[in-house]
Ligand binder design. Structure first.
Ligand code: HEM
Length: 156
């Protein structure tokens, strides 16, 4: 049976994801809606988000092993931030602009999986940002994301 590549591998691994988030946060810094939201982010923020997404997409556990992260700790960063749907939409839009700009894989199957994950994760971020208590237990595993219904371009 043909081996199915992870979304992480298909995307180009950590270098591609770190480039994606670097270009994205440069745009965020110039965006009137999002700049105030991210004004106090740490210098490591961009890399941490790339590590988180990489791990969710099937890469090695860099976020949990090297960044002292967990699903609960990622969620904790959003608690109480009172994010809005308008901000979320802009966040998605700038991220997808960045994906095109860096030439990230643009086959229909990969982009379907990418957008599906970003929609899911960003909507949860908004929900969590409007609560005061973290709904995720520290022991809960990291989310995992795969190709979904379309299967993949790796299939004949
Ligand atoms: C799939 C969706 C998302 C993922 C995977 C994600 C991931 C993360 C991660 C890993 C961190 C911690 C970074 C660190 O350790 O420094 C973080 C923090 C944060 N995220 Fe998200 N996030 C998502 C969606 C969003 C959205 C839609 C917004 C706003 C519109 C947002 C706003 C923030 C803010 C404000 C912080 C804290 C920044 C600070 O330290 O001041 N996130 N996110």
């Amino acid at each position: 049976m043909k081996e199915i590549p992870s979304l992480y591998t298909w995307a180009g691994g950590q270098p591609a994801l770190e480039k994606l988030t670097a270009v994205f946060y440069a745009k965020v810094g110039k965006d009137e809606l999002l700049e105030p939201v991210f004004r106090h982010m740490s210098p490591e923020h961009s890399k941490h988000v790339a590590h988180f997404i990489g791990q969710v997409f099937g890469g090695s556990p860099v976020y949990t092993a090297e960044d002292q992260g967990s699903h609960a700790r990622m969620v904790q960063h959003h608690i109480g931030k009172s994010l809005t749907e308008t901000q979320r939409r802009r966040w998605i839009s700038l991220l997808l602009d960045s994906a095109d700009e860096i030439g990230l894989a643009d086959d229909p199957e990969f982009r379907s999986a990418l957008v599906g994950y970003l929609e899911w994760g960003s909507r949860l971020a908004v929900i969590n940002s409007n609560t005061t208590e973290n709904p995720i237990n520290e022991n809960e595993p990291m989310p995992k994301w795969g190709w979904g219904e379309t299967g993949g371009p790796y299939q004949p």
